[in-house]
Design a protein around this ligand. Structure first.
Ligand code: ATP
Ligand code: MG
Length: 441
């Protein structure tokens, strides 16, 4: 993409409404614009990141055996009356009446909707287990929307729902999602710690929140110091194996959110306990028959007996992750994208677009990289070098490739790694080989 043609409305000044760094940088880097309180438009650069985050979430859901569906944003109120949540949900739910005076709502979550689908389609124990997920916009009329997409009113969530015959099956489904989440966040270069959590309005018996430690986080959390030294890598997982021993291994160190942490019962001595703030990027729940019973989601068992489905639900804050990634990856000059979610692999800066030789060298390299499947944002604008460097640092692409008259004469380009600031002159062929080797098309 040529920057001269790209819709990238950068802001020079820090927007006064933004209180945390990710919100400031998302606005300054032209990723989002506010529409109304807690509701945002995603501009091209922001949308590219959102899509990459979404793709990783999807791949790991699919890998674990969950199947993607797409449910609507608008739901009929009757479904929520069946579960008994219509009145309980309160003012966070956006209620809408259609032209026929039918009560509708903009879905804050989809337990009822998916339970109705499964109830109507699955009648026999032979058709279980199932785990269905979708990636869809949600609306919650938060009292205090703030921090940009971190706590929006409209936000993109991945929500999965598992259906099993018994508690043991439901725990297997829970374990699969637990590992899918560990892998998902690790692939984004995030350290998301699974912490015991309150089940809240979803209800139920077992829950973990996946928390990224950050001073700007809204949750107070407690964990054993050992977590700070634990690398959470995207290890291979055999989803057909018994994951319970591995689940126990990954939950061996204490970690709990403020809602469930009880100082009187905490097993960790004070000198090994870390009290911190964190960002909740995902949460998983096991809640048994809380929805299946009132909604009549039952199947016939082997002896013809009625079995109410054992369920769990599993959310990831896809749009919140974009902000959380920036909270975890930035410096004074701007964002530093991990390669796995970067909107472009590299920024190509032509320092002298007016110089015919520089322009030819930059155009040729741009075409070669694009032809090799490397995504490039090419700064071909007539701007000062300082403005170009500042813009590239702000938007945080993993690498910058700089073309100037000195290098063109020598047949080299300069490679600058955004994260370390390390700079290196490379022959053009070596640069292309390196980029295509790192990112095979
Ligand atoms: P929170 O405690 O932050 O309000 P929640 O526990 O109510 O979130 P869940 O119902 O667990 O949210 O939703 C699943 C995921 O969706 C959360 O882990 C979070 O990452 C994301 N999420 C929830 N509310 C918002 C919001 N208002 N804006 C952006 N993302 C959100
Ligand atoms: Mg939650």
């Amino acid at each position: 993409m040529r920057l001269s043609q790209y819709f990238l409305p950068l802001l020079r000044e820090n927007p006064s409404e933004a209180q945390i760094v990710s919100h400031r940088l998302m606005l300054r880097a032209g990723m989002i614009r506010q529409s109304s309180a807690g509701i945002y438009s995603w501009l091209p650069l922001g949308l590219r990141v959102l899509k990459r985050v979404e793709a990783i979430v999807r791949e790991e859901q699919d890998r674990s055996g969950a199947q993607e569906i797409l449910m609507p944003t608008l739901q009929p109120a009757e479904l929520w009356r069946e579960s008994g949540r219509y009145d309980d949900y309160g003012k966070e739910m956006l209620r809408i009446t259609d032209r026929h005076e039918r009560e509708m709502l903009y879905g804050p979550t989809n337990e009822e909707q998916v339970t109705a689908i499964v109830r109507d389609a699955i009648k026999s124990y032979r058709d279980l287990p199932k785990n269905l997920y979708h990636i869809q916009w949600k609306f919650r009329d938060e009292v205090r929307p703030r921090f940009g997409v971190m706590r929006g009113r409209e936000f993109l969530m991945k929500d999965a729902y598992s259906f099993d015959l018994d508690a043991a099956g439901a725990k297997r489904a829970y374990n699969k999602m637990f590992f899918a989440y560990l892998r998902t966040f690790a692939r984004m270069g995030l350290r998301a710690i699974p912490m015991r959590a309150e089940t809240g309005p979803i209800g139920g018996d077992l829950s973990h929140e996946f928390i990224i430690l950050a001073e700007t986080g809204e949750s107070e959390v407690f964990c054993e110091r050992a977590w700070l030294e634990t690398d959470i890598l995207a290890e291979e997982v055999d989803y057909d194996a018994d994951l319970e021993p591995r689940f126990r291994h990954w939950t061996r160190h204490y970690a709990a959110t403020g809602d469930v942490h009880d100082p009187a019962k905490c097993p960790v001595p004070a000198d090994r306990l870390v009290t911190a703030r964190g960002i909740e990027v995902g949460q998983i729940f096991y809640f048994g028959t809380k929805y299946s019973r009132p909604m009549g989601a039952v199947v016939a068992g082997p002896g013809g007996e009625e079995i109410a489905l054992e369920m769990g639900s599993y959310g990831v804050g896809v749009s919140r992750l974009v902000a959380a990634l920036i909270e975890a990856n930035h410096d004074d000059n701007g964002i530093i994208w991990p390669e796995s979610v970067a909107p472009f692999r590299l920024g190509l800066i032509n320092l002298r677009p007016a110089d015919a030789k520089c322009r030819e060298a930059a155009d040729t390299l741009y075409a070669r990289l694009a032809g090799a499947g490397v995504s490039v944002l090419y700064d071909d604008r007539e701007e000062s070098p300082g403005a170009k460097f500042a813009a590239m640092d702000l938007i945080g692409l993993p690498d910058q490739v700089i073309i100037g008259p000195r290098g063109v004469a020598a047949g080299t380009v300069e490679l600058k790694r955004r994260r370390t600031g390390e700079r290196q002159d490379l022959p053009v062929d070596a640069l292309v080989a390196r980029m295509t080797a790192e990112f095979p098309s």
